[in-house]
Design a protein around this ligand. Structure first.
Ligand SMILES: Cc1cc2nc3c(=O)[nH]c(=O)nc-3n(C[C@H](O)[C@H](O)[C@H](O)COP(=O)(O)OP(=O)(O)OC[C@H]3O[C@@H](n4cnc5c(N)ncnc54)[C@H](O)[C@@H]3O)c2cc1C
Length: 346
């Protein structure tokens, strides 16, 4: 009797869910398991700004109901952490010591918010935006017509800024090298895009011109909750301070696995790592690009979903190369605002 293949997917984001769906379609007899740290089923993070408009029910962010996983025979293991992968034994270890065997492993563990080292001491005073719970906390901390100070200004933060302004909050951006990340903006174009942010209603402060950010403090009693202080002695007070410095791949559990890693998991154009049974897709991987002769990250919902699908196709016998599906250029709209293709999803 032929043995049933076990495909394990680490990660229940866009990449992992798309991969599981494609694995199920192309290998109907197999076992498919998704493992995720998250307590919530797959939900739409791109839609999290809606929390600030008063949408507080997590069920309205869920993309697939529990029934979807049952119907498709995809075992979804939530609140479960993978701590180690042994590529030779083809096993992975969960935090509670259980060991699972895989025939194929897809690592789609995404990336978490990156915080520059010099800001890490201020972490307790910062509000995150990576999870549903974070969004609720920061929305609760912002009073009506409140003032949000955004540090860095990647496209996730700039997207949130649009919503905050729209509902009557003030937004100050402390700009620096991560502003517009992951878009690469040429130095000569930067002022044009910064002017567009100002037209959108964002107050833009250049951290360098103020002698860099030196301290973040709790505001004194009766004043705004936070104070950001710069090297030239100037300061800005606000209700919340939120870091937006791009993301860093979540791959600690792969460090002893023997597969090659630079900043992300390194994969060939077919999304295979340096181990033939282990693939990677989504924010966690860097894909070899012949044209640029280096490993590149590709971001955005459409790219990430296409990676999940491609990895699953190649795991199940195809041999197709990665072709990016997303326009990555930062745009200016007719009314002089910025538009990022990364804000489009589905
Ligand atoms: C608030 C927010 C808004 C965003 N808005 C945009 C936007 O407008 N445009 C845009 O282009 N991008 C946006 N992004 C980025 C976007 O979410 C990512 O590019 C995309 O979700 C990446 O998908 P992924 O499947 O690679 O990983 P993720 O969606 O990050 O999923 C990773 C999965 O891996 C699991 N995982 C990680 N480590 C482990 C472990 N050790 N054990 C078990 N499971 C693990 C996690 O629990 C999670 O299920 C946003 C991100 C956030 C946080």
């Amino acid at each position: 009797m032929a043995t049933v293949r076990h495909h394990i997917v680490i990660g229940s984001g866009v990449a992992g869910n798309q991969a599981a769906e494609t694995l199920r379609e192309r290998d109907p007899e197999s076992r498919v398991t998704i493992i995720t740290l998250s307590r919530l089923p797959f939900f739409n993070r791109y839609d999290l700004p809606r929390v600030f408009r008063g949408e507080r029910d997590w069920r309205n962010f869920i993309i697939y109901p529990a029934e979807y996983y049952r119907k498709n025979r995809i075992a979804l293991r939530r609140a479960t952490r993978v701590v180690n992968v042994d590529s030779t034994a083809q096993t992975l270890t969960l935090e509670h010591k259980e060991i699972l065997h895989f025939d194929s492993l897809l690592v789609a563990s995404g990336a978490g918010p990156y915080l520059p080292e010099e800001l890490s001491e201020f972490r307790p005073l910062l509000h995150g935006f990576g999870a549903f719970r974070d969004a609720i906390e920061v929305a609760d901390a912002l009073p009506k017509n409140g003032h949000a100070i955004l540090l860095g200004g990647d496209t996730i933060g700039l997207d949130l800024a649009r919503t905050l302004l729209d509902i009557g909050h003030r937004v100050t951006l402390v700009a620096g090298p991560y502003t517009f990340w992951p878009h690469e903006v040429a130095a000569e174009d930067r002022s044009k895009y910064v002017a567009a942010l100002e037209r959108m209603g964002i107050v833009v402060v250049d951290a360098n011109q103020r002698g860099c950010l030196t301290t973040i403090e709790k505001g004194a009693k009766g004043l705004s909750a936070r104070r950001v202080v710069f090297g030239d002695g100037s300061d800005i007070s606000g209700d919340v301070v939120m870091p937006f410095f791009g993301v860093a791949p979540s791959l600690d559990f792969m460090l002893g696995s023997g597969v090659d890693i630079e900043r992300g998991l390194l994969v060939s154009p077919d999304l295979r790592t340096t181990n033939p049974n282990i693939y990677a897709a989504g924010d966690v991987c860097q894909i070899w690009t012949d044209r640029e002769h280096r490993y590149c990250f590709y971001h955005g919902w459409k790219n990430v979903r296409a990676m999940g699908e491609l990895a699953a196709r190649n795991i199940t016998g195809a041999n197709e190369p990665w072709v990016p599906t997303q326009d990555e250029s930062l745009q200016l709209t007719k009314d002089g605002k910025i538009h990022s293709p990364f804000w489009e999803y589905q």
